[in-house]
Design a protein around this ligand. Structure first.
Ligand SMILES: Nc1ncnc2c1ncn2[C@@H]1O[C@H](COP(=O)(O)OP(=O)(O)OP(=O)(O)O)[C@@H](O)[C@H]1O
Ligand SMILES: [Mg+2]
Length: 539
């Protein structure tokens, strides 16, 4: 089981043995904690594992966040699984994206074999036995295999939506203006067609007058945004937005037996659009930030949030987006929420965020290319100094299911660097399969609440309904036609003759009066907080 080829556990001299035992004990002493802790595994020195030298994250510092990194196949997901299991056991709910579907195994007991049994003993867990955990499967929109969850456009806000749409800075600020306009008028944008209706209005001659005083929206930029919206709809994104909106308190659930519920966002067939998932999770986090009270220092976190494939969150992100991630991560800690980022390279995470992550679980890195080498050198520099390991060598020679670890002790100080053999998860290390996930989702208590999409009155419906005396409108026309832009895909329904639907709607005096009265309705203005996400409207 030894991994460093230069080490051979059974031919060590007594002097070596005692040196290794001393080093392991010294490292482990930095991980002692009075309160409960998440057991990660045990210390390895010179390829020899010491089952008594435990490496752990105190539950009290889990809200100081963490990073789990490593090349593909090195054990990141199993590490997450083990952490989620122990959080659940401690009564802490967990939220994770199940990018590859393998985390669904959390819901079923694992299978024992000689390898697992040996690893359990080596890692200080001789009582290992298979256990399944309470798992809630959700999916974004209605095309997934879990319980469908959605957010409204208003609540999602312009920054997150820009990230999903892949907009640049200029387009992002234009979208911000559009939201601002709708917000000040208390116009609820529930789904994508609402946003399209508003953009179409604002780029009309009529709308240009509305925009006076808050800035301008160029037709070209609006066209790009509309096109991006059309693409998102074509990808099935229209089912992500709408009602019933997901209430993030549903993530803070504890099962009848007192264990924390693990909520898994299943990507399933939608894995093609993972950026939507990471962004949606960021919305959830921002919403939690708005709804959770200040918690101060707690013995254990209220909730732990895991961003798997975190590079998707940061790649091509705007400055505004990055600033908001940084801010959210910084502030959510005081609400008792811990955030773990999981990615291949620590350099995938911006420094401002990285520096706030108290726990580091770094699985093996590859050093094939000059870029790899650079990332490796940079990673080494983020660790406290250690006399026990050559970190550059250690990071490239870790075995599968091993990691170089440093966390924050109960006192908040970085713990000694520990080459750690990780404990085996107690639940299944493989997917339970689509059918299993569907079955679990179908019997979920959340199904009644979120199973059916509601299409209630919002900007689009209100605007269209106000066309008094309008003849029976074409029932196939459920989206306003797009403005005349050369390289737009064709609208989903044939455009009517004469004035467009939007023109009819927005040119109507009743609509104008509606817009005015919506604006003046006391307390209806939608306010935005962190991340530009909207305050949840009281139902
Ligand atoms: N703690 C562990 N205990 C037992 N086996 C492990 C452990 N960690 C990893 N393994 C073994 O290594 C395999 C790969 O681990 P895992 O799926 O966690 O890798 P990963 O880093 O998530 O890879 P990817 O980037 O491809 O998702 C597992 O299927 C399992 O066999
Ligand atoms: Mg994985």
């Amino acid at each position: 089981m030894t991994l460093d080829p230069s080490a051979a556990g059974d031919v060590q001299s007594p002097a070596d043995k005692s040196r290794i035992a001393k080093a392991a004990a010294e490292i482990a002493s930095g991980y002692a904690s009075d309160g409960a802790a998440l057991e990660l595994g045990t210390v390895v020195v010179d390829g020899v594992v010491d089952p008594s030298a435990r490496v752990r994250i105190p539950l009290a510092t889990v809200n100081r966040h963490g990073l789990i990194a490593g090349a593909t196949g090195t054990g990141k997901t199993k590490t997450l699984q083990g952490i989620a299991e122990q959080l659940s056991t401690a009564g802490v709910p967990v939220v994770m994206a199940d990018v590859k579907g393998d985390l669904s195994g959390l819901s079923a007991p694992g299978e024992s074999n000689d390898k697992i049994a040996a690893r359990a003993v080596e890692t200080g867990d001789p009582d290992w036995s298979p256990v399944g955990f309470p798992v809630q499967f959700v999916s974004l929109g209605t095309d997934g295999i879990g319980v469908p969850v959605r957010a409204t456009i208003t609540s999602f806000g312009p920054i997150l939506l820009s990230k999903v749409l892949g907009l640049n800075g200029t387009q992002e600020s234009t979208l911000g203006l559009i939201f601002h306009w709708a917000d000040t008028r208390g116009l609820a944008l529930l789904d994508l067609k609402d946003l399209r209706a508003v953009i179409t209005h604002l780029t009309s001659d009529e709308g240009k007058a509305d925009l006076k005083g808050i800035g301008g929206v160029s037709a070209a930029t609006a066209g790009v945004i509309l096109r991006a919206l059309v693409n998102l709809e074509a990808d099935g994104g229209d089912t992500f937005f709408g009602e019933p909106e997901f209430e993030t308190e549903d993530l803070l659930r504890v099962a009848d037996d007192g264990r924390g519920v693990v909520t898994l966002f299943e990507l399933g067939a939608q894995a093609a659009r993972p950026v939507m998932f990471s962004t949606f999770l960021m919305w959830v986090l921002a919403d939690l930030f708005q709804t959770l009270p200040e918690a101060g220092d707690l013995d254990k976190p209220k909730l732990v949030f895991v961003f798997d494939e975190a590079h998707l969150l940061f790649a091509d992100a705007s400055k505004a987006f990055l600033a908001q991630v940084e801010q959210t991560v910084k502030l959510i800690r005081s609400k008792g929420v811990g955030v773990f980022f999981c990615t291949q390279l620590p350099t995938d995470v911006p420094n401002a965020v990285l520096s706030q992550l108290g726990a580091r679980v770094q699985h093996a890195l590859r050093a094939f290319t000059p870029d790899d080498q650079k990332a490796l050198t940079k990673t080494v520099r983020t660790y406290p100094t250690t006399e026990h390991y050559d970190l550059e060598k250690a990071l490239t020679s870790l075995g599968t299911g091993e990691a170089v670890v440093t966390v924050l002790s109960e006192k908040g100080a970085p713990t000694p660097v520990a080459w750690t053999r990780m404990r085996p998860p107690r639940s299944r290390m493989d997917t339970i399969g689509d059918a299993g996930i569907r079955r679990a989702a179908a019997s979920s208590t959340l199904q009644a609440k979120y199973g059916q999409t509601i299409d209630r009155e919002s900007a689009y419906e209100l605007l269209t309904a106000k066309v008094s005396g309008a003849p029976d409108t074409d029932p196939t026309l459920d989206v306003p036609p797009l403005p005349d832009l050369p390289d737009l895909p064709p609208p989903p329904a044939p455009a009517p003759e004469g004035p467009s639907m939007a023109e009819q709607v927005l040119g109507n005096p009743a609509v104008k009066s509606f817009l005015r009265s919506a604006a003046s309705a006391a307390g209806r203005e939608i306010s935005r907080s962190i991340f530009g996400t909207g305050r949840r409207r009281k139902r």
